[in-house]
Design a binder for this molecule. Structure first.
Ligand code: BGC
Length: 541
C-alpha cells in the first residue's frame, strides 16, 4: 500500500493500494495495478490472451478484398481540364504552399496514371478498388449548371480499366473535398446542400452506374461534421467546428445520405443492380480503468457519440436516447429553450431509417475513456462528458492518433452486430502509417494487417458477425490531409522526387496479397498450401 516514503514522505506512492491519509480510518482502495498483479499471480505468468491468439480459417466465398485511395489525396491535376476549386485546393495552394511540389501541383498524379494504378492493383490481387469522385472535378461550381466532361471522362476510363483487369469499382461520392463555390454559400452548414448533393449523385449514377455495383454516399460523416475544412486558411483539416455546428452539419449529412440512397433505390437500382450505403468511421473505446463503473459508462458514451451519432438514425431510427437525453438536458440547464442537437421530424425519422444495403465501416484504433465534467460548455467533448487517452504500452504508428490495437476491431465489429441489427458489414478502410526515413521493409504494416485481419476473422468465424469485405487503406502513400506527405499509409511508396512519381512496392504488399490469395489464414498443420508460396518476381504485374 502507499506508505511513508522516507524523505519524500507521503508524496510518492508505491502501493498496489491507495491509502486515504485524510481519513482517520485510513481506508485502502485497490488500484488498477492490484487487479493486474492478482491476475498475473492467478495465471502464474503471462499466457497468451484470447485477444493475442491468432486463429486459422477462411473468409466467406466471394469475399471482397479491396484497397482504397481518395480523389484529393492522390489525383493531383487541380488545374486540369476545367476542374473547379475545392476547399482543399484553396487550402493547399495558398501562399503557404504547404504541400506544393515544384509544379505547383500535388499528390500522386493519378489523374494521369490510370495504367500504373491498375497495374499495382493487379499486383495486390484485390477483387475491388475503392476510390472517390472529386465533386468539383465533375461539377466545377458544385451544381449541374455546368458539367465538366473531361473530369467525368477520367472516372469513366478508370472504371473501364478496372473492369478490364477484373477489378470491381467501389465508388464513394464524397470524401471531404467540397467544391469551394458550395463552401462559399455555407457548405454543409446550409441545408441547401442536401438537394445539391442529390443532383450531383444523380449525374454520377446516370453516367457511370451501368458499370458500378458498389456505392458509398459519404465517407466518414463524423470527420466532416467535427472538422471544419472550410474554416480559415491557417489549418483547415485540423480546425474543429466551434460549439454546436457539428450537430447541424451532421444533421445535413444524414439527410443528404438518405436522399441519395432513396434516389438510387427508386430510380437506378432495378436497372443497375448495385448496392449503396454510407461509410461510418469510429474508434473503439475501452474504460481507462475497467474496474471503475464511471469509466465504463464514459467509454459507452464515447462510442454512442461516435459511431452511434450516424449509425443510430440510419440503422435504428433517430438519434440514440443517450445523445438526445444528454444534449437536451445540458442545453436546458444552460438556459436554452430546446436541445442543441437538431430534431428529426417523425417523417424524416422514417425516411432515414433503413437507408442502407450494408454497413460501410472505417476503423483504425482504440482509445481509453474517463469522465470529465465540463460544466455548461457547449461543445462535443463537453456533451459526451468524457476525455480519451491511450495506453502507453500500445505500439505507435506514424500518426499520433493511431495506436496499433487489433483487439478493439473485433469488439467494435461485435458492437455493430449487436447494436444495429446484424447488418452485412464491408470494412471500407483499415491501415497504418509510418513517418521518417523511407524504409520499404515495412514490418510494422505487415504486423498490423496480419493482426487486424485476424481479428476480423475471429469476428466472422467465432462471433458470427456478417462480414462481407475488407479494404486496406491505402493503395499508395498519399496526401494525408493537413499533415501533407509526412504520414504514409501506402502499401506502395510513391517517389515524389522523380517527376514520374513512380509507385514502388513495400514488403507488406506480399503479406496482403498472400492473405487475399488464401482468403484468410490457412492452418499450417493442414498444409502445404499453394496460396502461401511466394510468386516468382516478374510474374507479378
Ligand atoms: C480517411 C482517409 C485518411 C485516413 C488516415 C480516414 O479517416 O478516410 O482519408 O487518409 O483516415 O488518416
Amino acid at each position: 500500500m502507499d506508505s511513508f516514503e522516507w524523505l519524500n514522505g507521503y508524496k510518492v506512492g508505491f502501493g498496489l493500494h491507495h491509502v486515504d491519509f485524510n481519513n482517520p480510518n485510513r481506508p485502502r482502495t485497490p488500484k488498477y495495478s492490484a487487479h493486474y498483479y492478482y491476475q498475473v499471480m492467478k495465471d502464474n505468468g503471462f499466457p497468451l490472451t484470447e485477444d493475442e491468439k491468432m486463429i486459422y480459417g477462411h473468409f466467406r466465398k466471394e469475399f471482397i478484398w479491396s484497397t482504397a485511395t481518395a480523389s484529393y489525396q492522390i489525383e493531383g491535376g487541380w488545374r486540369a481540364d476545367g476542374k473547379g476549386l475545392s476547399i482543399w485546393d484553396k487550402f493547399a495552394h495558398t501562399p503557404l504552399k504547404v504541400f506544393n511540389d515544384d509544379n505547383g501541383d500535388i499528390a500522386c498524379d493519378s489523374y494521369n496514371k490510370i495504367d500504373e494504378d491498375v497495374a499495382i492493383l493487379k499486383q495486390l490481387k484485390v477483387t475491388h478498388y475503392r476510390f472517390f469522385i472529386s465533386w468539383s472535378r465533375v461539377l466545377p461550381d458544385g451544381t449541374t449548371s455546368h458539367i465538366n466532361e473531361a473530369g467525368l471522362s477520367y472516372y469513366d476510363r478508370l472504371v473501364k480499366a478496372l473492369l478490364a483487369a477484373n477489378i470491381q469499382p467501389h465508388i464513394t461520392l464524397y470524401h471531404w473535398d467540397l467544391p469551394q463555390a458550395l463552401q462559399d454559400i455555407g457548405g454543409w452548414e446550409n441545408d441547401d446542400i442536401v438537394g445539391k448533393f442529390r443532383d450531383y449523385a444523380d449525374l454520377i449514377f446516370s453516367r457511370l452506374g451501368h458499370n458500378v455495383k458498389h456505392w458509398i454516399t459519404i465517407n466518414e460523416p463524423y470527420n466532416i461534421a467535427m472538422v471544419g475544412h472550410g474554416y480559415g486558411v491557417a489549418a483547415p483539416g485540423i480546425n474543429f467546428r466551434p460549439g454546436t455546428l457539428p450537430y447541424i452539419v451532421g444533421h445535413n449529412l444524414i439527410k443528404a445520405h438518405a436522399e441519395v440512397w432513396h434516389l438510387y433505390n427508386d430510380k437506378y437500382r432495378a436497372v443497375q443492380k448495385g448496392i449503396i450505403s454510407i461509410t461510418i468511421n469510429s474508434d473503439w473505446s475501452e474504460p481507462r480503468n475497467p474496474y471503475k463503473q464511471e469509466d465504463i459508462d464514459a467509454a459507452r458514451r464515447v462510442v454512442q457519440f461516435y459511431i452511434g451519432w450516424f449509425a443510430h438514425p440510419i440503422y435504428n431510427g433517430d438519434y440514440s436516447d443517450v445523445m438526445k437525453t444528454i444534449i437536451r438536458e445540458r442545453s436546458l440547464a444552460a438556459g436554452l429553450t430546446k436541445s442543441r442537437l437538431p430534431e428529426f421530424t417523425p417523417d424524416e425519422i422514417k425516411r432515414i431509417k433503413g437507408t442502407y444495403d450494408y454497413f460501410g465501416f472505417n476503423h483504425y484504433t482504440t482509445v481509453l475513456a474517463f469522465p470529465v465534467n465540463f460544466g455548461d460548455l457547449s461543445h462535443y467533448d463537453a456533451d459526451r462528458q468524457a476525455r480519451t487517452v491511450v495506453d502507453r504500452t500500445w505500439l505507435d504508428s506514424g500518426s499520433g492518433w493511431l495506436k496499433i490495437t487489433p483487439f478493439g476491431f473485433r469488439r467494435i465489429l461485435n458492437f455493430i452486430k449487436e447494436e444495429y441489427g446484424n447488418p452485412p458489414i464491408i470494412i471500407t478502410e483499415n491501415g497504418v502509417s509510418e513517418r521518417g526515413p523511407i524504409d520499404l521493409n515495412d514490418n510494422h504494416r505487415t504486423y498490423h494487417y496480419e493482426k487486424y485481419i485476424n481479428q476480423v476473422l475471429k469476428a466472422y468465424l467465432q462471433d458470427n458477425v456478417d462480414i462481407r469485405g475488407y479494404t486496406a487503406w491505402s493503395l499508395m502513400d498519399n496526401l494525408e490531409w493537413a499533415t501533407g506527405f509526412s504520414e504514409r499509409f501506402g502499401l506502395f511508396y510513391v517517389n515524389h522526387s522523380d517527376p514520374n512519381v513512380p509507385r514502388v512496392k513495400k514488403a507488406s504488399v506480399s503479406t496482403y496479397s498472400t492473405i487475399i490469395s488464401c482468403n484468410g489464414f490457412p492452418d499450417p498443420a493442414s498444409g502445404p498450401h499453394d496460396c502461401l508460396k511466394p510468386e516468382p518476381e516478374g510474374k507479378l504485374i
